[in-house]
Design a protein. Structure first.
Ligand code: ZN
Length: 309
């Protein structure tokens, strides 16, 4: 069993409109945009990152807004719900805030003894806010005070046809099963960051998801550094997983592999972080381009729709 993985690092999803996406995460949810860059493989598409003040691993949700992308169709083989931690007693205030802003899909659905408020993102993304004891410092300059601001991820919930093999993989990665409720098995990782919960819902009869706007593209797990990442890569390959080489993502190093249930997993390093190419006080403000795309800057600046007025 591995001991290098410390919980979630980031969650990356697909969207249809960059402006709407930016407004939802920075204004409605009050997160900090910590990076404005482009997709490495499709540089005419933004890659937007939102999180706490520094973009601490375990707080960062990232989006590829493909203009006018069709919505995904929910199903199995994907992360169905991404959950953020909020302070105890703040769910009611969140329900009022989201309702006043016309957010759809609002419903209370407590599980595993926790108060949770479910809601849809701009493209029908499955989200929930979960009341939790969480001592992480929230970003409050987005206009949401510390008594309700999001702390970071609480968990990710996968929907699978058969959770067995993925459960086995999670245990290999260092997670342990701590609870079960109906068709949902809850795993947590000892000695992890605060985003240390994964739920696996088994839905044998459901059809496979089609990815599109509102779908989670992959979830990334955190390791401290590149040495730990290489250990994880080797161990996964020894177990029979096809793992990509280490890829430089500018703000972390990444490896990817497809899990038995169909969900794409990444293992990402906590180093070097989002302040490697801009001042911590101004994260996310300027358009940052991967060095191989810097020569496209003038064209991209004309082509990419501004995300704020
Ligand atoms: Zn990623």
């Amino acid at each position: 069993m591995l001991t290098q993985i410390k919980g979630l690092h980031h969650v990356t999803s697909l969207a249809s409109d960059a402006r709407e996406n930016n407004a939802f995460f920075t204004d409605t949810l009050g997160l900090r945009r910590v990076k404005k860059t482009v997709n490495f493989d499709a540089p005419d598409v933004y890659h937007l990152y939102y999180g706490d003040a520094q973009g601490t691993p375990g707080t960062v949700i990232t989006y590829f807004p493909f203009p006018n992308a069709d919505r995904g169709r929910p199903g199995t083989g994907e992360v169905g719900t991404t959950r953020f931690a909020i302070p105890k007693g703040s769910a009611k205030a969140w329900a009022d805030r989201l309702s006043a802003r016309g957010v759809s899909g609002l419903s209370s659905a407590d599980a595993f003894g926790e108060t949770a408020l479910h809601f849809d993102g701009p493209d029908g993304d499955g989200f929930a806010l979960v009341e939790a004891e969480d001592d992480r410092t929230p970003w409050t300059e987005g206009g949401i005070s510390a008594d309700m601001a999001i702390r970071g991820f609480h968990s990710a919930a996968m929907r699978l046809k058969d959770g067995g093999a993925t459960g086995e993989l999670l245990r290999f990665m260092g997670y342990e099963e701590i609870d079960r409720q109906g068709d949902i098995t809850r795993y947590t990782i000892a000695d992890g960051n605060a985003a240390n919960v994964i739920d696996v819902e088994t839905v044998p009869g459901a059809s496979h998801a089609d990815q599109g706007a509102g779908s989670v593209h992959h979830i990334a797990f955190a390791v401290e550094n590149r040495a730990r990442q290489l250990e994880v890569r080797e161990a996964l390959m020894d177990t029979g997983y096809q793992v990509t080489p280490v890829i430089d993502r500018d703000y972390f190093w990444a490896i990817y592999f497809r899990t038995p249930g169909g969900v794409l997993f990444e293992v990402a390093t906590n180093e070097p972080g989002f302040d490697r190419d801009e001042d911590a006080a101004h994260l996310g403000e300027a358009l940052k381009l991967p060095s191989q795309h810097e020569h496209l800057r003038s064209r991209l600046e004309r082509h990419l729709t501004p995300i704020e007025d």
